[in-house]
Design a protein around this ligand. Structure first.
Ligand code: PMP
Length: 400
């Protein structure tokens, strides 16, 4: 009876890792998935995470179920990290926070909430965006359309197009925004541009929906990377924020994150939270405890907290060094006069190279550089030693 099931296409991002594994070429480089690697290109478990885990073992903590909304200490810590502990939205208890299955699960829960309480409302997503956003809204039954974001001419932000498209959308749409380190482009609005984006969103009674997957991992500072979200919250707007600890704490497989909904009263926050729980219960009942405890233990301990910040700066710093080296070596090797400065203007673990589909195929087929077809490379999967090789590959692919 299952004979009619057709083969699903491979995931455009995770499929790259599978192709990389299958390759036997010794020069192969995996710049597909966004996971941090050391200079030796090995996966990295933060020292502070190991310390927190040891502490948990010593305390003999149990594995009882968490409540549907997750670990209370985690939920408090995560909302405070995002908004700042002194933020009026926290003080006035206007945030409904529910622990989610990392960024993806938190986005998905919010999408289910939108579908249920705002039926027919549209999500607006950037063109391009992280590939899974479309899947998430599709599966949740939330109609979506794209707003202009990337300008191929400048390999920069199409700000006018973005504003025009947000303005043209039906009132009360949910505008999905990347809090920092836009994936896949690495192009973020300036603080001035964020203000203007907030202006049109307010003007149109839209609801901002932030995806914050890189807090502290983009610039190295938790506060700086949350500035966009805080700017919107300071305007007294209602908004949603999905958070992930995959990158900034390297907890990819622990699936730890949260969905935060900022409301105009603590009363509404209580009701919204109750409905998020109602949606979560039949989907997965309650979230996993291990990652939540790690985050709560680290943020709740001043020594561990500062150690985390130092490690995050180290990771962000390594990526910045690689970005600089790649830029330098592209400039030194490319005799065509092409302006590569866009690479330095981008932020976060990804760089958008501007390579098209055929050119990325050349990258993979000829140079064994595995990357997504949209021209995105993960700088976290690159080291200083491979920058020259990569620039040869990029230059060859561009000019052929
Ligand atoms: N949003 C964006 C923009 C991302 O880049 C990612 C990770 N690649 C996520 C959400 C979710 O990741 P996770 O589910 O591991 O938290």
């Amino acid at each position: 009876r299952f004979d009619g099931v057709t083969m699903a296409p491979p995931d455009p991002i995770l499929g790259v890792s599978e192709a990389f594994k299958a390759s036997t070429n010794e020069k192969k480089l995996n710049l597909g998935v966004g996971a941090y690697r050391t200079e030796e290109l090995q996966p990295y478990v933060l020292t502070v995470v190991k310390k927190a885990e040891n502490l948990m073992l010593q305390r003999g903590e149990n594995k009882e179920y968490l409540p549907i909304e997750g670990l209370a200490a985690f939920n408090q810590a995560t909302a405070e990290l995002l908004f700042g502990a002194d933020n009026p939205v926290i003080k006035e208890q206007r945030v409904a926070t529910v622990q989610g299955l990392s960024g993806t699960g938190s986005l998905r829960l919010a999408a289910a909430f939108i579908e249920r309480y705002f039926p027919g409302a549209k999500a607006l997503i950037s063109s391009p965006t992280w590939g899974n956003h479309k899947n998430i809204f599709n599966d949740a039954g939330v109609p979506w359309s794209e707003y202009r974001y990337y300008d191929p001419k400048t390999v920069g932000l199409d700000f006018e197009g973005m504003i025009a498209d947000i303005k043209a959308a039906p009132e009360g749409s949910f505008v999905l925004l990347h809090g920092c380190a836009h994936n896949p482009t690495g192009i973020d609005p300036t603080p001035d541009q964020w203000e203007k984006i907030a202006d049109v969103i307010q003007e149109k009674n839209h609801i901002p929906f932030f995806d914050v997957a890189y807090q502290g991992f983009a610039s190295g500072s938790l506060d700086a990377d949350a500035a966009s979200v805080r700017l919107f919250a300071a305007r007294g707007m209602e908004l949603l924020v999905a958070q992930s600890y995959s990158k900034n704490l390297g907890l990819y497989a622990e699936r730890i994150g949260a969905i935060n909904v900022v409301l105009t009263s603590s009363d509404t926050a209580v009701r919204v939270k109750s409905q998020l729980k109602r949606l979560a219960r039949p989907m997965y009942s309650n979230p996993p405890i291990h990652g939540a405890k790690i985050v709560a233990n680290i943020v709740g301990d001043p020594t561990l907290f500062s150690e985390w910040k130092a490690e995050m700066e180290m990771m962000a710093g390594r990526i910045k060094n690689v970005r600089q080296k790649l830029f330098d070596s592209l400039c030194a090797k490319d005799k065509s006069g092409k302006d590569w400065s866009f690479i330095l203007k981008q932020i976060g673990m990804f760089s958008f190279t501007g390579l098209n589909k055929t050119q990325t195929e050349n990258m993979t087929n000829k140079w064994h550089v595995f990357m997504t077809k949209d021209g995105r490379i993960s700088l976290a999967g690159l080291n200083l030693a491979k920058c020259e090789y990569l620039s040869d590959a990029i230059i060859d692919s561009y000019h052929n």
